[in-house]
Design a protein around this ligand. Sequence first.
Ligand code: KG4
Ligand code: ZN
Length: 398
Amino acid sequence: MSESHDTGFFYLPMKILAIETSCDETAIAIAEFSGSKKKPALSVLSNIVSSQMALHAKFGGVVPNLARREHQKNLPHILKMALQEAGMLARQPKKRSLREIEKILGREPELLKRFKKEVVTLKAPDIDAIAVTHGPGLAPALWVGVNFANALAKLWHKPIFPINHMEGHLYSALLNQGQKLAVIKFPALALLVSGGHTELVLIKNFGKYKIIGETLDDAAGEAFDKVARILGLPYPGGPEISKAAENSKVWRRALPRKLPRPMLNSKDYNFSFSGLKTAVLYLVRDLPRTQPLKIARPAIAKEFQSAVVDVLIAKTIRAAKEYKVKTILLGGGVAANKLLRKILAEETEKNLPTAGCRLPALCMTGDNALMIALAAILGKNKKTRKIIRADANIRLGN
Ligand code: KG4
Ligand code: ZN
């Protein structure tokens, strides 16, 4: 057991219970890391993701306070499921003072109620540490997970790894073949595309990051979601737009004009998607009567998807060449996009034949807690025994 070491990284073997609540998924995973410092091996003991998507879909997007309430309701139950799957669920009917826990969960009354009923009666599981997303994300949602982690750490006397959500998406790319971790060679470059972020991250080594480009306005996933709304498609828009695009057979003829590729030729590695969204809005507004949205929708969806992918890929490949990277990683919810995956693999092979391209397994693209456990270890993060705080605006590399 590595419990007495507070410096953090790479005391293997290590079992980590990870918690993720930065947006609309409540997720808990338990992972065991073994092997050597240089080559850690992973064994997934449990990986539970409970999505609130259907709930938020009615509102056309994630409602932060609704997410907060749902995380409070879900966490104790998801914890029990994760412990059960890992063979760690056992009861311990012991009375203990709950004063500290009551203080930690003072702002999460629903969670406190359930915690007292369902969690304090559990036997402390055989884990070495807790990892939790402390940012970036929706502040009310993040705080629930962070306070839950603080309370568990107090109850079970475990240290906490506070983890950056984007670092989780970054390492999720290494899980693309069951539980075997793919190799990463440095320098590496990650294209992280989610609902809240679009970033190109240069990775000098495990835990050493520099954001070399990012979106100046909407994130790629956000653009998919907003354009889906314009096209009359439900939330989340990413999968809906891809699906609609696949139905486009007559797309060039049905499309009155092409959409712009914003910042495609700008010298930096930044992105901008809000103008593209506005261009879609005008395109829809100007549709001829003979070609209503119902008919033009697949063509517009396809053209929009191509525009986003064109810009993402062009900048990624250009940055990869400039920094002479040896591995390209793709991560985030938009990494589920088939076209993006296909073109990134093709272009990497064409332009950087000696570099490898790592695409996360589809089940690892959306938010999950397994990626948070991965980041705790691979990112060489430090653990602490102090009460931690959420920070909705943290950035990689700062
Ligand atoms: O990483 P994620 O699950 O949550 C955040 O941290 O934001 O990303 C969610 C985003 C949503 O905007 C969703 O529309 C997008 O990922 N997305 C996709 C696809 N699947 C999900 N975007 C494009 N194509 C997809 N197949
Ligand atoms: Zn995410």
